[in-house]
Design a protein around this ligand. Structure first.
Ligand SMILES: Nc1ncnc2c1ncn2[C@@H]1O[C@H](COP(=O)(O)OP(=O)(O)O)[C@@H](O)[C@H]1O
Ligand SMILES: [Mg+2]
Length: 342
């Protein structure tokens, strides 16, 4: 079987350009693509590195691809993660991971909250802001500290240390900065949820399993909340400690697992996802921050990889499990993996 890998690369930019521009933050390094290819080849699959440029349809046909391992994040708009899966659906080529609808819904933090609330999953209270005048009256509905963020980003793009705000003045400064940096999308102002941060890996389909739980811990000031901002993610070696499994009592542990599985199913995730939570002791409540159906797969620093390793799951096993869940999903749907291309 020939497996194509679809992705977006950081590497055609200089390191300085990457740091100056946040737009490449979600993209992968050649190291990650090579690591995935190595795993697949070692296990008997032929591979082709396809990227995700506009010539993808030709490449898929020329290479005779049977299945796509998709980690492409896409370039433009809130549907960018769905672009490659949509093309693959149109060509009837099977691929790993969630479908276009799930990818788009979960990238849009406003839509995510609506569905989460409908499913009974608590999320931080929030308001959508498109201009400074939308801040009017906000303080009667939301309590400081607040967090500002763009509505359709990931990898902490647009979430800086200064995005946690304590006063109206700080809020206005933060919103002005985002309006300038992200002029083409709504912004969210949401209540800051104090407390511990736990990310949960979920794997599978009809009966998904918990891959693991991992706490994101403040390494510099242990005991203090982490704010996993862009600056912190970029400087994770110094600022972050990953604790997997986290020290949680049985009730809380079960509660988080249950919520993660509920979110996975409600959002229609497939094969793999990472779901992020904050535990507020003060409010005695668990809040979901977001659903990541396209979690990073860097062999060194991705949250999912670190979590898997802590459970004794090697990188090879993780990649193969994602692949195998996707392959069995198609086998169940189609009886075989053959596809008719147009
Ligand atoms: N409402 C919030 N309360 C507390 N921390 C938050 C809140 N929103 C974001 N954060 C912090 O910022 C990080 C990134 O936010 P998130 O909404 O997950 O954006 P992204 O999609 O870029 O990962 C979180 O992991 C968390 O540490
Ligand atoms: Mg996140």
């Amino acid at each position: 079987m020939k497996i194509g890998i679809t992705y977006n690369l950081k590497d055609d930019l200089s390191p300085k350009a990457i740091i100056d521009s946040e737009s490449y933050e979600e993209f992968d390094t050649p190291n990650t693509i090579n690591a995935i290819c190595d795993v697949l080849e070692k296990n008997g699959y032929e591979t082709a590195k396809l990227g995700s440029d506009i010539d993808i349809v030709d490449k898929l046909k020329q290479e005779g691809i049977d299945f796509v391992f998709n980690i492409a994040e896409g370039h433009i708009g809130r549907n960018r993660e769905s672009h490659i899966p949509s093309i693959l659906e149109m060509l009837n080529i099977p691929y790993s991971g969630s479908d276009p609808l799930t990818l788009s819904l979960t990238l849009d933090k406003n839509m995510t909250k609506k569905i989460a609330l409908q499913a009974g999953i608590p999320v931080p209270r929030y308001k959508i802001v498109q201009a400074i005048c939308d801040l009017h009256g906000l303080e009667s509905r939301l309590s400081y500290p607040l967090v500002t963020k763009p509505a359709w980003e990931g990898s902490s793009k647009g979430i800086y240390d200064s995005s946690k705000v304590f006063t109206k003045k700080e809020l206005e400064i933060s919103i002005k900065l985002l309006l300038d940096k992200y002029p083409n999308q709504p912004l969210l102002v949401e209540e800051y949820i104090e407390g511990r941060e736990i990310t949960v890996g979920v794997i599978g389909n009809n009966n998904p399993d918990i891959l693991g739980l991992m706490e994101i811990v403040n390494k510099k000031t242990p005991g203090e909340d982490i704010f996993y901002s862009l600056e912190t993610k970029r400087n994770w070696k110094e600022l972050v400690e990953y604790k997997s499994p986290p020290d949680l009592d049985r009730v809380l542990n079960n509660h988080i697992r249950y919520r993660a599985l509920t979110a996975f199913k409600e959002f229609g995730c497939r094969d793999i996802a990472r779901i992020d939570f904050r535990i507020s002791e003060k409010r005695n409540k668990l809040f979901m921050l977001e659903v990541n159906p396209l979690p990073g797969l860097s062999p060194e620093y991705a949250d999912l990889t670190i979590m898997a390793k802590a459970q004794g799951i090697s990188y090879e096993k993780l990649v193969l499990s994602i692949l195998n869940h996707a392959l069995s999903r198609y086998k169940n749907e189609r009886g075989s993996l053959t596809h008719e291309t147009i």
